[in-house]
Design a binder for this molecule. Sequence first.
Ligand SMILES: NC(=O)c1ccc[n+]([C@@H]2O[C@H](COP(=O)([O-])OP(=O)(O)OC[C@H]3O[C@@H](n4cnc5c(N)ncnc54)[C@H](O)[C@@H]3O)[C@@H](O)[C@H]2O)c1
Ligand SMILES: N[C@@H](CCO)C(=O)O
Ligand code: NA
Length: 440
Amino acid sequence: MESDKPRTNGLRVAVLGCGSVGSQVVRLLDEQAGDLAARVGAPVELVGVAVRRLDAHRDVEVPEGLLTTDATALVARDDVDLVVEVIGGIEPARSLILAALENGKSVVSANKALLAEDGPTLFEAADKAGRDLYYEAAVAGAIPILRPLRESLAGDRVTRVLGIVNGTTNFILDKMDTSGAGFAEALEEAQELGYAEADPTADVEGFDAAAKAAILASLAFHTRVTASDVHREGISEVTAADVQSAREMNSVVKLLAICELREGEDGQGAVAVRVHPAMIPRSHPLASVREAYNAVFVESDAAGQLMFYGPGAGGSPTASAVLGDLVTVARNRLADTRGPGESAYADRAVLPMGETVTRYHVAIDVADRAGVLAAVATAFAEHGVSIQTVRQEGRDADAQLVVVSHESTDAQLAATVESLHGMDIVREVTSVMRVEGVAE
Ligand SMILES: NC(=O)c1ccc[n+]([C@@H]2O[C@H](COP(=O)([O-])OP(=O)(O)OC[C@H]3O[C@@H](n4cnc5c(N)ncnc54)[C@H](O)[C@@H]3O)[C@@H](O)[C@H]2O)c1
Ligand SMILES: N[C@@H](CCO)C(=O)O
Ligand code: NA
């Protein structure tokens, strides 16, 4: 890489953070400089890289003189037009993005945690500055999904977004399905292979997926949805018995991010946004998403069903999405324009989980005697839950009933399970899992 290029009248880029993603952004900016200049219509030149430590070993060679530990000074420099934020976390990323916008820079970020927690503050700052804030890499890495929602489907009405948006948990659940392993064993393998971090909480407890769900729902339904609006359950409680129960139903367990538009009498509707493990039939397109891959399934009025699939993580794939955004904001900059800002005009209510409509699969170890099936059916009926199918497995001491409900509110279904726990004839409720992707 050359560091002593003559100053051009192209676009000058500062990259904040040189970790997994940042190092690949720096590499691609160098390797693809010629193509990027041709596509943008002007050279795209790296002028600074903010790092935490100058002496750290990194995956890319950064030209002498470009590294700095003073990110605050970098985003204020007059010779910077575009800022790429790939530090992650809330602070100092938020202050740096806000300062960059205030200083008239266009910003590209991969920071789902920040966008899901405080997106509106950032969007307002971008509006005020009249600059772009793009973040395709924040959801499902390399997969183009935010731009399709924001631009390609802007003329349609999206009703549902169903996604596998966390690679680590998909890897673990896939392992549990294919090998019969328990959660702990599958997590250990994911850690050995470098998919799961030493502290896997953000992934396995669904925080990462919930942040992505908030971003997807905001764009799909033109409504502000933040991470705290998202009902979140992780996969640490998913057992080998749950996965086996799914197999017997010809289904598979996936951690899903589910964003739905619910019709309302006001004509406006409300949105429901949740992340939890769910059973989906093996015939559903999302069931074929294996290992650490991601996929997002979108339903809209005019287009019907669309599926977006690919690598949702990794330095290089994520850098691909960052570079795509960088080209767009650079083109906008040259044309003295900006892309669409936040679209939150619909301002729909976000439903609490209890009012969200779901379906449950419940496996119950029962006493095998006359009247047991009727008693279990009564527990469902008393809470207004209609049963779609029920089947008995085993006999005598091994008797098990497997019930799949029709749609009901989550509160009704949870109350039904609570009642089952208290019944004499129920030895144990062995598996409770929501069911998705099945026609009513
Ligand atoms: N890695 C992925 O697969 C992936 C996928 C999609 C989105 N993202 C997002 O991309 C962002 C970066 O992720 P990553 O995996 O590259 O993380 P990383 O931890 O590998 O890199 C972050 C880098 O920022 C540096 N940093 C921290 N504070 C800094 C500061 N004040 N100034 C300058 N540098 C500082 C760290 O030293 C580190 O090198 C995050 O928002 C993450 O959520 C990552
Ligand atoms: N930890 C995330 C990285 C991408 O956001 C995952 O496992 O999908
Ligand atoms: Na993406």
